[in-house]
Ligand binder design. Structure first.
Ligand SMILES: C[S@@+](CC[C@H](N)C(=O)[O-])C[C@H]1O[C@@H](n2cnc3c(N)ncnc32)[C@H](O)[C@@H]1O
Length: 446
């Protein structure tokens, strides 16, 4: 499957490894409704997903997340750029099957972005890109975002963090050397690179004893397959960051960290131990606080949302957003009642009468907190407490922020056509691990 001898190994203009297409992946975190929810929980204003908006994905891979969004939001315009023709063709094939007219993908390098006309964007996302491109390419991306992100616009940027990857850096260096020196198909080169580090492990190399998490990580990575390993770990660029470095970079353009798109990571009360929380709370800046958090939790990967010139909502504004956010159940009532959130330090269950009443009411269909409060069993529902509970259920993927019916109805045709194409591919190498859901304005993992 990965026998791709004779193809260009590296795109020399960009340094990106292009001999095998990136695997088909879906990322719920790229749904703008989830990002807006994360901001609402921090008391920050965000672009409305109920009005027409513009969205750009830089480096969209096979384009699955982007196509899902375009199918589920015909009222918004989606753009995407990727270097690899196979990726662009794949995204276009899906868009054609779904009959989309609001998806605009182009095969371009980030260096070429400036030569084209673009609208200004409410959302710009780059998942799995920042750690894997060289400094001049990062400059291209930075310039594009500076020129094209609207005031109050959101940037989603994910990257590898130093805290969780530090012990793997020397392993990557060894593997990369062997990979570069070996000829043959990609799979054989990855196998040779792996064999070298396993050789050190089997010889009881003391590096492995001093870093006991390394074999576990290696096993995990091996299970992902050769194409993933080549893109993720053996690319020409592989940079690990402290949050503080990334925040400084974007801060100089007026972009401020707002929240993590991994919703659970915003609930520090559930993840950081009491004794460590004092240290965390004493941090003098967002930069210091978030960097500390990564070390306290040994984070490997961050999914940051930055906002350009953020607006902090007053109490009334915050309450209004909380009341208007619509939530949809993604599980049956029985599953929702048993839902658990397990973090580094605790397991949270939702067994209070409030939770049971909320779940019962949501079983009827998507509702806002304002509508839930009209339910006779929920008249005493406190807006803030309800929002907190529903937010955590979203973090657990038990609920999702939902679109108004009028927008979901307009997306029925395109999402059904996309889902028919997804159904057609089940059991084939092109299988897609997700399906589109008009009511949540995006996809859900299958
Ligand atoms: C690790 S993949 C992530 C793909 C996708 N965002 C996902 O998570 O499924 C990085 C993507 O960025 C694209 N890419 C890397 N360097 C690029 C460049 N200089 N210009 C345009 N696209 C680039 C690659 O082709 C690839 O699709």
């Amino acid at each position: 499957m990965f026998a791709v001898m004779g193809k260009t190994l590296l795109d020399h203009a960009t340094g990106y490894r292009t001999e095998a297409p990136y695997p088909i992946r879906f990322h719920r975190e790229l749904n703008p409704r989830r990002m807006v929810l994360a901001l609402a929980a921090q008391g920050l204003s965000a672009p409305s997903c109920d009005q027409p908006y513009t969205y750009m994905e830089l480096g969209f891979g096979q384009g699955v997340s982007l196509v899902m969004l375009a199918a589920a939001n015909p009222h918004a315009q989606f753009y995407g750029v990727d270097l690899m023709p196979e990726h662009v063709a794949h995204a276009r094939g899906l868009a054609e099957a779904a009959g989309l007219s609001n998806l605009h993908v182009r095969q371009l390098t980030f260096a070429e972005l400036e030569q084209h006309d673009w609208p200004v964007f409410d959302f710009i996302v780059a998942h799995g890109v920042w750690s894997w491109v060289a400094a001049p390419v990062r400059d291209n991306i930075r310039r594009f975002i500076d020129a094209r992100l609207k005031p109050r616009g959101l940037l989603y940027l994910s990257y590898n963090t130093r805290s969780g990857w530090a012990s793997m850096e020397p392993i990557r260096a060894i593997m990369k050397r062997v990979f570069d020196e070996t000829s043959g198909a990609l799979e054989e080169r990855v196998t040779a690179a792996m064999a070298r580090v396993h050789g050190i492990e089997n010889a009881k190399g003391l590096f492995f004893r001093a870093n006991p998490t390394v074999p576990v990580r290696l096993k995990q990575m091996e299970s992902e397959g050769a194409a993933y390993l080549a893109h993720e770990f053996l690319n020409a660029e592989w940079k690990i960051y402290d949050f503080a470095d990334v925040a400084d970079d974007w801060g100089s353009l007026g972009l401020v960290f707002a929240a993590s798109a991994n919703l659970q990571d915003n609930a520090v009360g559930l993840t950081i131990r009491d004794e460590a929380r004092a240290l965390y709370n004493a941090a003098g800046s967002i930069s210091e606080r978030e960097t500390l958090k990564d070390y306290l939790l040994n984070k490997q990967f961050r999914r940051d949302i930055f906002v350009r010139d953020p607006v902090v909502l007053d109490e009334g504004g915050q309450r209004e957003i909380q009341l208007q956010t619509r939530f949809m159940a993604l599980m049956s009532v029985a599953q929702l009642l048993e839902a658990k959130l397990t973090t580094e330090i605790m397991t949270v269950t939702f067994t209070t009468p409030l939770h049971q009443a909320l779940v019962g009411a949501l079983a009827i269909g998507p509702q806002t907190i304002g509508q839930l409060q009209a339910d006779p069993t929920l008249t005493s529902l406190n807006t803030n407490a309800a929002f907190g509970t529903l937010f955590l259920l979203c973090a657990m993927k038990a609920l999702a922020p939902a679109a108004p019916d009028v927008l979901a109805d307009a997306a029925v045709e395109t999402t059904e056509r996309l889902n028919a194409e997804i159904a057609r591919r089940v059991g084939t190498p092109g299988a897609i691990p997700a399906r589109a859901l008009a009511l949540i304005g995006g996809g859900i993992a299958a």
